[in-house]
Design a protein around this ligand. Structure first.
Ligand code: FAD
Length: 308
């Protein structure tokens, strides 16, 4: 059995493992895919102190750092169920799709999140070639260019406002006949000269020249007519889904959006079970934030161990 076990091997789980291992406690990391979302990323330019890196390179560096310590890394294992300890200070149990079970006195849940995709032709093909999901990450790559933002909720409207300060022209596309974002955001958006808003529109295809995005096709839902926009970038902002489906039958408190609720030490509603990174309610899903959160959760877990 472990003293602390990280479920998830992205930036949050990796940082937690380094911090826990440095306390000399029995530490393990189990991940479906060690590296997490970082593996799907090309350029990373906001990991402070590292001006430029690439996803696979950072994922390899995370693994290398964890391997500096005595940490059991178990890759390609998908957690399917969590059974919390029956009494305080007892062992929690995690069950995996493979049939394996692991026990640990503390856990750090760091299963991350995934961007909801439009699932239209061209989206996957041009991912990282004009199709983007994170304005904080990729906005500067579109300086002076034309982009569309798909989605008129808070994240879409925030993205459009953010991008309007960087790019030449933003077209916000909303499926419904009204935007769903907060009023103040909608007012701010309407005040910007280089933003156009199209409502009642269903994106049907991301167009490209084989190498990069060069346009977007959408259907005007009222008329059923197809329209085409020429542009260089498409930011998809239709939701970030936390990977918490496997916790649905556990007592871990989740928010309305399914994110794990934690306290200031990263502890969940169940004593001894901590959480960190994109899977939690902590806002602004970023690598540095996930690393900070993972470190905090590991220190929280250590603190819990020495007190129980
Ligand atoms: P994740 O990276 O999502 O890792 C989750 C881990 O949990 C993975 O190992 C996964 O396999 C595992 N897992 C999930 N479910 C299970 C399960 N049931 N059982 C076992 N393991 C499981 N951020 C930046 O700061 N800068 C950028 O430039 C940047 N660019 C991005 C570009 C793209 C295309 C994407 C998708 C994201 C980008 N981000 C960027 C966001 C950043 O990648 C995330 O904020 C960060 O990876 C979150 O780390 P995490 O450890 O919380 O979760």
């Amino acid at each position: 059995a472990f003293d602390t076990l990280m479920i998830g091997g992205g930036p949050a789980g990796a940082a937690a493992a380094v911090y826990a291992a440095r306390k000399g406690i029995r530490t393990g990391v189990v991940a479906e895919r060690f590296g997490g979302q970082v593996l799907d990323t090309l350029a990373i330019e906001n990991l402070v102190s590292v001006p430029h890196t690439e996803g696979p390179k950072l994922a390899a560096a995370l693994e290398e750092h964890v391997k500096e310590y005595e940490v059991d890394i178990m890759n390609l294992q998908r957690a399917v169920e969590l059974v919390p300890a029956s009494q305080p200070g007892g062992e929690h149990e995690v069950r995996f799709e493979s049939g394996a079970t692991l026990k640990s006195r503390t856990l750090v849940l760091a299963t991350g999140a995934r961007w909801r995709e439009m699932n239209v032709p061209g989206e996957a093909e041009y991912r990282n070639k004009g199709v983007a999901y994170c304005p904080h990450c990729d906005g500067p790559l579109f300086k002076g260019k034309r982009v569309a933002v798909i989605g008129g909720g808070n994240s879409g409207v925030e993205a459009a406002i953010d991008l309007a300060g960087l790019v030449a022209e933003v077209t916000l596309i909303e499926f419904m006949d009204e935007l769903r974002a907060d009023d103040v955001l909608q007012k701010k958006l309407a005040s910007l000269p280089n933003v156009k808003i199209i409502k009642g529109a269903r994106t049907t295809e991301v167009n490209g020249d084989g190498t990069r995005v060069n346009g977007l096709t959408f259907e005007e839902r009222a008329s059923g007519e197809l329209r085409h926009l020429e542009l260089e970038g498409v930011f998809v902002q239709i939701g970030l889904v936390p990977n918490t489906e496997w916790l649905k039958n556990s007592p871990i408190e989740l928010s309305e959006r399914g994110e794990i609720v934690t306290d200031e030490r990263g502890m969940t509603s169940v004593p001894g079970i901590f959480a960190a990174g994109d899977v939690t309610t902590v806002p602004y899903k970023q690598i540095v934030i996930a690393m900070g959160e993972g470190s905090r959760a590991a220190l929280g877990a250590f603190d819990y161990l020495i007190r129980s």
